[in-house]
Design a protein around this ligand. Structure first.
Ligand code: PLP
Length: 529
């Protein structure tokens, strides 16, 4: 039986990643205060370190919309053995806490927060050590595309293991990495592309910003060392990518490490384009590059720009001779309905950053893609200072490359982009009809299968979005907030039934939280926010 202890655990599991942690009180709207909270909430996601990569059909515990949370899960005795022997979730958490340090997680409260410990996955569902199933509606922090345990991806991995797992790309090469680069070259919106592989999105951004700087040095214009970036941007957590990203996300403490950039408002400001153009014109001759998330600022709470504005800004960058770096770590590989958001905006960036979905969520891999005119500025007939002296030990890992290559084949074979378009439209319709009209909802934003439901500033409930996500988890659907925004980011292969299930669960979860007793402290908290 799911005992009281299990209930407590479930509650905590939800509250740990989506619930009432200590990261702040997401109550303000899209004003600056709201965005500050969004950043704080980014830090509260203790579960993001768990490496979930799953998805799946409706779980056996799914009892339909409106059911009590307990009905969404099998009794522990009912589920097939998950191979953890007699080890309980509590024991796993204890073992974890003894040796693991989770990112974006307060480790002192980690054990008592009883996080979900994933043991395996099936389809689009994650299964914890007690056999409970969760529909992964956030694609394991936006990386999962096709699903978990995709037979073809598993087979590609196994085939590559029989050849070689890894060999360095520094000064040498590997056949599967060449094959992957050739396949990617056919689809990236970059002219005569060259691929510098790394392992994480932040590393791809870091590489891009260093390439941009050295590009100008190599061309005899070292004074062009500045970067123009947008407000509310997020580009990763290494010092360089952190500098390009806006302060906040709980990262203000690192401000002394951030280098100076020119920053103009993000997509949440209707005047973002004018401000960006103005700054570009005034500073063009000292800028190395403009760095932006084309079309959607994901971590800012799914702020969506007009593609024509993005195109206009890109053209201005080109006219002014400033390099354009498109960070498509989040938007790349089908998320927006096209392979790349740049395709929607008609961009041909000088540098493109890829990550997350590149291996379908299987293995860490990222890439910085340089247009030929950028790449060629580094060429020389000997190892001179024109060389790009940068590289990562695991850059161009063969196992990751084999999976990434197979992933591209499946995306095409199964017409995954068409599914994103269809399911995205369905998601948009359902959100518009059943979620947007709710009094507690302030705004709904969507692009492809990236959506954000921003709760109204005056729900009268502390941490409303977190509580909504916790309520959804109790109904077997994994959601997570960014401040006041509930993020919906299902896998690209998600089905019509799953989209319905996600929206139904979200609707009931919002109603549950709003129907709860208002928080007496709320008004005071909002003042502080
Ligand atoms: C636009 C963008 N760039 C870079 C990153 C950093 O990627 P990673 O977490 O793989 O370092 C992210 C992560 O969410 C992102 O959304």
């Amino acid at each position: 039986m799911p005992s009281g202890a299990h209930w407590a655990r479930l509650d905590w599991a939800g509250l740990d990643w989506a619930g009432l942690g200590s990261a702040g009180l997401g109550s303000a709207g899209l004003g600056s205060a709201g965005l500050d909270w969004a950043r704080l909430d980014w830090t509260g996601l203790g579960w993001t370190g768990l490496g979930w990569t799953g998805l799946g059909s409706a779980g056996p515990g799914w009892a339909g919309p409106g059911s009590l949370a307990g009905q969404y899960f099998h009794d522990v005795e009912d589920v097939e053995s998950v191979g953890t022997g007699s080890a309980t979730a509590g024991q796993w958490i204890e073992r974890d806490a003894a040796v693991v340090w989770h990112g974006f997680t307060q480790m002192a409260t980690f054990p008592s927060s009883e996080p979900i410990v994933v043991e395996r996955a099936e389809g689009r569902e994650l299964i914890d050590v007690d056999g409970r199933r969760y529909l992964d509606a956030i694609s394991s922090l936006w990386v999962t595309t096709l699903g978990h345990r995709v037979p073809e991806l598993d087979a590609a991995l196994a085939r590559q293991i029989d050849r070689v797992a890894h060999s360095t790309m520094l000064g040498n090469s590997n056949t599967v990495v060449v094959e992957l680069a050739e396949a990617l070259a056919e689809i990236v919106p970059v002219d005569q592309p060259h691929f510098l592989f790394a392992s994480d999105g932040a590393s791809a951004v870091e590489q891009a910003l260093k390439i941009a700087l050295q590009y100008w040095v190599n061309r005899g214009a070292p004074e062009r060392s500045g970067y123009l970036v947008l407000g509310d941007a997020y580009h990763g957590d290494t010092v360089g990518s952190l500098s390009l990203g806006d302060s906040g996300f709980g990262t203000g403490i690192f401000d002394p490490l951030r280098f100076e950039v020119s920053r103009t408002p993000g997509y949440g400001d209707p005047g973002w384009l004018d401000s960006a153009l103005d700054c570009l014109m005034r500073n063009a001759d000292r800028l190395a590059a403009v760095v932006m998330e084309p079309l959607v600022q994901g971590a800012a709470g799914m702020l969506v720009a007009d593609p024509r504005d993005v195109a206009a800004f890109a053209k201005a960058c080109s006219d002014e001779g400033v390099l354009l770096v498109a960070d498509e770590v989040a938007t790349g590989f089908g998320r927006t309905g096209k392979m790349f958001a740049s395709d929607i905006c008609g961009l041909h960036p000088d540098l493109l950053c890829l990550g997350k979905g590149i291996t379908g969520g299987y293995l860490p891999m990222s890439a910085t893609v340089a247009a030929h005119h950028v790449y060629s500025a580094f060429l020389d007939d000997h190892v001179s200072q024109r060389t790009f002296f940068h590289g990562h030990s695991y850059g161009g890992n063969a196992l990751a490359a084999a999976v990434a290559l197979e992933h591209l084949h499946i995306m095409e074979r199964d017409m995954v982009l068409a599914n994103v378009t269809a399911r995205g439209a369905q998601l948009g319709d359902l959100l518009e009809h059943s979620v947007a009209p709710l009094e507690a909802v302030g705004d709904v934003r969507r692009c492809g299968l990236m959506a954000g439901v921003e709760l109204a500033a005056d729900t009268g409930r502390l941490n409303a979005a977190r509580r909504v996500c916790a309520a959804a988890v109790r109904r077997g659907v994994l959601l997570r907030p960014l401040g006041d925004v509930v993020v919906l980011m299902p896998p690209l292969t998600t089905t019509a039934d799953e989209i319905e299930r996600i929206v139904t669960v979200l609707t009931h979860s919002i109603e549950e939280v709003v129907g709860s007793e208002p928080d007496a402290m709320h008004a005071h908290s909002r003042e502080r926010a």
